[in-house]
Design a protein around this ligand. Sequence first.
Ligand code: SF4
Ligand code: SF4
Length: 233
Amino acid sequence: MIIADQKPLDEVLGYLKDYKNIAIAACGTCVTICLAGGLAEAENLAEALRIARGASGRPASVRVFSLKRQCDAEFIEEADLELRWADAILSTACGVGVQFMAERFQVVLPGLNTTFFGASRDAGLWTEMCQGCGNCVLERTGGICPVTRCSKSNFNGPCGGSSKGKCEIDSETDCGWQLIYEKLKSLGKLERLYEIQEIKDWRSARDGGPRKRVAPLSCADELAVEQNAVDWT
Ligand code: SF4
Ligand code: SF4
């Protein structure tokens, strides 16, 4: 899922200072699970904004709206009329949601800093697992991502800087290549480490510009196409 952090209150207050009717749009998926931008966090933020604006002598009307997802037009449409009450929308979705909302409404501002794709490892702990490189190599590396979990995104083994299984960037961070080594060893496939990986083609990653995915035809659509292609005469 996408992980995000709340922006500092002072930063948000700064760019909301000229608006009186403020809608906080919470998002009900990833950012709810990572406790950054769900309904509970949005309500806390609304209260903090009301108090701060009142104390500054420039009170604002702040309402909270909860959208199931802000990365899907269907759910934005459901809240459209209510959100048009606001002269500014503070979205507590990830950056995708903020941008998608901004295509529809005039003033949409970010309430979060979107950080990474991660997994929930423990209560209140999420760690980065994938960078969406567009050409997954997990089958070669025992299911451990060298792009993300090696700090240098090395593809051909460790850099030589690890110590006691930890990355040289910090003693709390596991060395991704140590993890890959241990996993391949447990699988009896250490010989894979001798296979030199060619230079990765990063055009499938963000380096090739904004990406898009067109869904393949569903089975039903494929069937319809096949039937249309049949000459029934
Ligand atoms: S290899 Fe690429 S797609 Fe696969 S987990 Fe790593 S970053 Fe994600
Ligand atoms: S110490 Fe390990 S994780 Fe850190 S950069 Fe080197 S190989 Fe990558």
